[in-house]
Design a protein around this ligand. Sequence first.
Ligand code: F6P
Length: 360
Amino acid sequence: IKKIGILSAGGDCPGINAVIHAVVKKAILDHNLEVIGFLDGFQGMVEKRWRKLEYNDVSGIMPLGGTILGTSNKANPFRYPVWENKELHFEDRSEQVIETYQETGIDALICIGGDGTFHIAQRFFEKGLNVIGVPKTIDNDLNGTDLTFGFDSAVSVATEAIDRIHTTAQSHHRAMVIEVMGRYAGWIALESGIAGGGDVILIPEIPFDMEGVCRFLQKRIAAGKRFSIVVVAEGARPKGGDYVIQKKVVESHDQIRLGGISYLVGQEIEARTGIETRVVILGHLQRGGSPTAFDRILATRFGAEAVKLAVQGKFGYFPALIGQEIQPMPIKEAIASLKTVPLDHPLLDVARSMGTYLGD
Ligand code: F6P
């Protein structure tokens, strides 16, 4: 092969630039390939926007958060959003992507992304494009790989935030509810909750019961603990699947995302126990900034391996971390299901044995 394309799609996360850095360097140094980067994910392919990536273009980008190529998480070419006369409708623009692929003369396309991006990448692979994936998400919910880059950075940010909240919770004798990201999976909440010494950790995999949470907080007070740290994954939800808390009816989980499930949890704690409560939503703080050294190394390994897979012609695959090894994994495997926290995961036991409440 002579020329490869690369794009980053879906939500950004720390480490994307480290992947781009690795891909460009390895492609040029080891294989003398030409590299082009599509701008803003698949949107750049639909709109024919790209730039050449030279060796010098990636100098110094490893520690930068975000992505130098830009991204978009709404631009699914198979269901492309189009505004016409102030109305939104969706069109299939996948042929434009194939056209751009052919016109640019690339021999392979490296797609850095999570679940949504991998679904799109797989469809293009099935339409004949030489696609390679690179697994990215702070949520760590992508199947087929033990870890995605971005997760370690998000956990570090969340842990530091919990540490800071700990001291003010202690001074004011308050319950502090901290909402971390994780729409479908509780990995960030569980790991930052353990690392930050959370007293309660609520994750999507274990629907919670407000009575149980409040009983636990009251027991802490009875035991002389005058503050509590409640870590809530944004996707955590009450038992029974309905969203009725303190007479507030929220119709869907998406609606909760705008207000934050943690506000409902915080209001409920205060109303039921009288404990003064404050709520902090960390939100996109967890997605910004410089990647940890661990994520830089993982992203670099993934990027270098993605070029190797392209050169070997192993299309439809992505580099996965299995134990300590990087191994090729079919993209199909990653999108078969989401990797949520299994109910028998050892970290749940560890948290419980530290006295953390995860639900009954
Ligand atoms: O999937 C990563 C993620 O950060 C989720 O944890 C979160 O629910 C979502 O993306 C937020 O997306 P957006 O940037 O569109 O608000």
